[in-house]
Design a protein around this ligand. Sequence first.
Ligand code: ATP
Ligand code: FE2
Length: 365
Amino acid sequence: MVGLAEEIIKALMRNSAIDKCADLFVKHARIWLSHMTLICLGLEGTAHSFGAGIVSNDGTVMANLWDMLSPEKGGIHPREASRHHAEVGPELVRRAIEEAGVSPSEIGLVAFSIGPGLGPCLRTTATMARTLALRLSVPLVGVNHCVAHIEIGCLESGFSDPVTVYVSGGNTQVIAFAGGRFRTFGETLDIAIGNMLDVFGRSVGMGFPAGPRIERLAREGKEFHQLPYSVKGMDLSYSGMLTAARRLHSEGVPVPDICYSIQETAFGMLAEIAERALAHTKKSELLLTGGVARNKRLIEILTGVAERHDVLFHRVSPSLAGDQGAMIAWTGILQYQAGDRLDIAESFIRPRWRTDEQDIHWRSE
Ligand code: ATP
Ligand code: FE2
């Protein structure tokens, strides 16, 4: 604060007056804020999982609990998922606070996944977050779910500016920071890779999620079968692959062979656009995040891409790769420290909020 006073006096003496003083005040307030401990409770509830995470502003994940609705049959119904969140949410929050070893009064911020996602799930999560913020008398911040997947990966890896391959049940994107936003360099034109895996799995009798089972079976696959390799410019498409894989199954091709062929083709397509994004952006880090980042074969393929391009590679660890509250809490802290506040009256959910629609003002070029 002494430094601040000195700089304000100097600014006044230079006659550059009020604006300059205000800038200096904001700059110093941010530095001061970053030295204070800030503990954030993050709620994630965009789809079938509900998560509560507690993170401090030095990047320590103090607790990260989640519960996933996984029906043995059929897909996820948004209303069922939102009911699940309402049922498990309060207890998960209570347990997260207990596990973090903090008292509720030490929580200084509540962040929640404001979008994109399924309307009923987002609404239930937002209601819990608003209630908690009011009850604890702390500020509220709304976080973009996809941006949170990237930021938690940067926290874990120490990367500052990666090309990110974000692969999950609802998203398949290759993203890099440019011009103040996380730009989508390439993405699926139809269904997400995780969704393709889950729908194929369901059609051959696997439960949800099918990704891990497909990974296990693929290791037993012996014969490769041609599937549509559909890369269009920087974008890709998985719906043709899904149809073709189901056809192979109806023709009697063994499931392990189909799983093996799906993985090799689907991951090869991702590797191609990731390589092009690296070549184009000339960035020196490659990050793999989202639920499908748990897949060892995908990790192996992208490790090869990183080696060929002489860039660093990090895959987000399984506990932080899927949907969970720690990523929301951490991104909430970044946003809050950059000045973001969300008025409760304005905290409407954003079911279709794209990754590249948010100004990322806590990062600079
Ligand atoms: P988002 O809202 O970001 O789209 P999500 O709701 O799909 O995320 P995640 O936990 O990020 O939730 O991802 C779940 C997906 O990850 C599912 O489609 C699941 O099949 C897939 N998955 C999980 N583990 C593996 C694995 N080992 N191999 C392949 N896919 C996997
Ligand atoms: Fe996600």
